[in-house]
Design a protein around this ligand. Structure first.
Ligand code: CMC
Length: 428
């Protein structure tokens, strides 16, 4: 007999089914709770609420495990290519040689952006944050493909949108950067592979000969893989909930970019570097900042520390810390910020406040140090995260829509005023 749990309300017992995942994770299925009992559950921030079943990413926060479609993140980061991982996340299996080459060709064929988009990009103020430009451009680009707004399109048409998104987001991201630094945009070149092309669009200039440095390209490939999916995080949940209204894929992904922008999510990589620079320039010593982070009256938090699900270590942070060392060594860069980061980690990991709360460096603690070494400006860090997370958002959207999941619509417990009569403005 399948497992159930009992809930007793007003002395009446209700049996609720238990759902078990393939890694033995258990959930109490409360989908009929309100109909049967009149009660709902309350879980601000969804700390204990499963919003869906999903076959895309498995993570175990206690053991520090992260797997995409069953493959350990360590193996993928070491051996795979970003487009292979994108295919794996979106279609469920690693591609065969032919599938990979078709996928890559399809993406390469769509890297150009409609010239009319240039008008929009040029209209942004030069100080515009590239995340704002990316989110807006993704919504705008949907207007060039009105057919994508039909929720009942055939599979081939959805694949075309997926290829277009994967192809055009690097171009949009690089152009947002070029706009911010007042340089002419660089068009995509199909002779380059995915990461090379992005690096070329970011750094080449008409006045110079330029070819992408393989150290930079390989580091980028690894970082994008590490960011490619992370199950039901804030931005993926946003993409799913926006998509559940049958909003088109461009609009859904644009909402993911906006959700990622915040400093508690993807914006943390920018916040980490800004914090480390502040600590370095302040010269007041690390303990001052550790104490500020521990002080509940002080809003300061150690950025890049802590995670909603990882309470022992973030496996991505382990890989990135080593990659940061490798990249800096290979490029012959000595970055004092890396030293501050290592010291801060050491002090925090030996401090009871951080130990007792399971606060460890997360993926963003070291990623910014690599981006700095690659010459990527601080404001672009979260855009880099978005580039990496794109296949994850697409996979989450695709799974949600293929399963015909209902529109996302949480309930609430109302705590406002009871019914009262309208008062004329002169009597208030
Ligand atoms: N510095 C100091 N104290 C912290 C920190 C921190 N970075 N993070 C959590 N705490 C404390 C918090 O004050 C609370 O203490 P107490 O129990 O005494 O009230 C306890 O630890 C639990 O924190 P929480 O805010 O309830 O935990 P959460 O799961 O809601 O938040 C988090 C997770 C990532 C938003 C949070 O740890 C944080 O703000 N970290 C800094 C921002 C950051 O690095 N974000 C990137 C996350 S990784 C990239 C991604 O996947 O998005």
């Amino acid at each position: 007999m399948s497992e159930t749990v009992q809930v007793i309300i007003d002395k009446k017992t209700y049996e609720l089914p238990v759902v078990e995942g393939s890694e033995n994770e258990k959930a109490i299925d409360i989908s009929k709770l309100r109909a049967q009992t009149g009660y709902i559950t309350l879980d601000t921030g969804y700390k204990n609420t499963g919003a869906t079943t999903s076959g895309i990413t498995f993570l175990d926060g206690e053991k520090g495990i992260l797997r995409y479609r069953g493959y350990p993140i360590e193996q993928l980061a070491e051996k795979a290519d970003f487009l292979e991982v994108a295919y794996l996340l979106i279609y469920g299996e690693l591609p065969s040689k032919n599938e990979y080459s078709d996928f890559k060709n399809n993406i390469t064929n769509h890297t150009l952006i409609h010239e009319d988009m240039r008008v929009f990009l040029e209209a942004y103020p030069t100080k515009a944050h590239p995340m704002g430009i990316l989110a807006a451009s993704l919504s705008t680009i949907s207007t060039f493909y009105p057919e994508a707004q039909n929720p009942n399109r055939p599979k081939e048409a959805i694949d075309l949108t997926i290829h277009r998104l994967l192809a055009k987001v690097p171009t949009l991201a690089a152009w947002a950067y070029k706009n911010a630094v007042g340089q002419p945009v660089v068009y995509p070149k199909n002779k380059y592979d995915y990461c090379e092309n992005f690096v070329n669009m970011m750094f080449s200039l008409p006045a110079y000969e330029y070819s992408p440095d393989p150290v930079v390209v390989n580091a980028l490939n690894k970082l994008l893989i590490l960011h490619a999916d992370h199950e039901q995080n804030c931005s993926a949940s946003t993409v799913r909930i926006v998509g559940s209204s049958q909003a088109n894929l461009y609009a859904s992904v644009s909402s993911g970019v906006s959700a990622l922008w915040g400093p508690l999510h993807g914006g943390a990589n920018q916040a980490v570097i800004e914090m480390l620079e502040k600590i370095m320039n302040d010269g007041g010593g690390l303990m001052k900042w550790i104490n500020k982070a521990k002080d509940k009256q002080d809003p300061f938090r150690l950025m890049g520390f802590g995670h909603r699900v990882y309470k022992n270590f973030d496996p991505r942070a382990k890989i990135i810390k080593k990659a940061a060392d490798d990249v800096l060594n290979k490029m012959g860069i000595v970055d004092p910020v890396l030293e501050i980061a290592k010291e801060l980690e050491e002090v925090a990991l030996n401090d009871d406040y951080f130990k007792s709360r399971g606060l460890y460096p997360n993926v963003d603690f070291y990623s910014g140090i690599i981006y700095r070494a690659l010459d990527i400006p601080t404001e672009m860090f979260t855009v880099m995260f978005a580039l990496g997370r794109l296949p994850g958002w697409i996979a989450q959207w695709k799974e949600m829509s293929e399963e015909n999941q209902p529109i996302g619509r949480p309930r609430q417990v109302y705590t406002g005023a009871k019914e009262r009569d309208y008062l004329d403005i002169n009597k208030r």
